[in-house]
Ligand binder design. Structure first.
Ligand code: HEM
Length: 293
């Protein structure tokens, strides 16, 4: 029986670290992945594979496509693909560091560490802008339906597709905006998280309202704030059964169809953008059988 990597569906941990790797030596990729599967439990260590890695293994996962380099009025989004993405979840920074070092060592024959980014929960689940994040996330069975490929696709059942973007906030700019304007950017009140019914069409929650798309565009967001020095933002992480709902939302945020740009862009921009496929678990281990490993 194939099950999802449990960390995808669990509530956010207090602390996290994101590792992205590039592939250095394709010959050793399969061996390194097998070793990674020994230590990645899918709960505290969630794993996503990128297209360059699958291509090195001469396999294709239907649905794993390149991250789109979309542009909207005055905006251009970066696509920064990587071979491997690892989300280390935990509650002890030292332990996460040791786990990251161990994984880097295991992967070293084939992969080089491209980026390390530390993340955390802020003020009980708020983005660094101060707004609660995740309110309209699907829960329970709906979360499973949105994020995890079902049994009708036996080869990929239990797996998931994840979109990852590192957003850098200009918090000083945001703080200079009047409080009411900040609320209208998001479309919710910071104070009580109430949705503002008559917020402008540019408000983030108006742009992305999942039920307003045809078909509805549900995703499971598992984003966390990140910081390095005095800079920070949101590591946007969204799991789904395909990249269609994420892309539909992103296109709306960019104003591609109606030239209305998401007001979030007034203070934040993505610096990275990548897609990964997260294999299922089988018998307590990452199931690499779709890769013939
Ligand atoms: C810095 C970047 C972002 C920030 C700070 C941010 C913040 C928020 C906040 C505060 C909410 C309202 C509460 C909630 O329902 O979670 C929200 C909702 C939402 N966001 Fe974002 N978000 C960001 C990027 C994105 C991106 C890139 C997407 C997808 C392409 C997205 C999709 C959504 C969706 C689907 C909702 C729920 C809408 C609904 O159905 O009501 N967000 N976001």
């Amino acid at each position: 029986m194939k099950t999802p990597q449990p960390g995808i569906l669990l509530p956010l941990p207090p602390l996290a670290r994101y590792l992205t790797f590039l592939l250095d030596d394709a010959e050793h990729a399969a061996g390194c992945l097998r070793s990674l599967a020994e230590v990645a439990d899918g709960e505290r260590t969630v794993v996503g594979l990128g297209r360059s890695l699958l291509s090195a293994l001469a396999v294709e996962i239907g649905g794993l496509r390149p991250f789109p380099a979309l542009a909207g009025p005055g905006l251009e989004l970066p696509a920064t693909p990587a071979a491997l993405w690892i989300w280390l979840r935990g509650d002890d920074r030292g332990e996460i560091l040791q786990r990251a070092r161990r994984i880097e060592r295991i992967l070293a024959p084939a992969f080089c560490l491209e980026e390390t980014r530390d993340a955390f929960q802020y003020d009980g689940g708020r983005d660094l802008s101060g707004y609660e994040d995740g309110t309209e996330n699907p829960v329970g069975d709906a979360a499973m339906d949105a994020a995890i490929v079902g049994p009708d696709c036996p080869q990929l059942a239990g797996s998931s597709f994840v979109a990852v973007q590192r957003w850098l906030h200009d918090l000083a700019r945001f703080e200079r905006m009047p409080a009411d304007d900040r609320d209208l950017c998001v479309g919710r009140r910071r104070q009580d998280n109430e949705e503002i019914d008559d917020a402008p069409a540019s408000a983030h929650v108006k742009r992305t309202a999942q039920e307003s798309f045809t078909p509805p565009a549900f995703i499971l967001r598992r984003s966390m704030p990140w910081a390095a020095g005095n800079r920070g933002g949101l590591m946007f992480v969204a799991f789904a059964t395909s990249f269609d709902p994420f892309e539909a939302q992103l296109r709306r945020m960019l104003g591609i169809e109606d030239a209305i740009v998401d007001a979030l862009f007034r203070f934040t921009r993505p610096q990275t953008g990548a897609y990964f496929w997260c294999p299922a678990m089988h018998a307590g281990r990452l199931d690499l059988s779709p890769l013939r490993l």
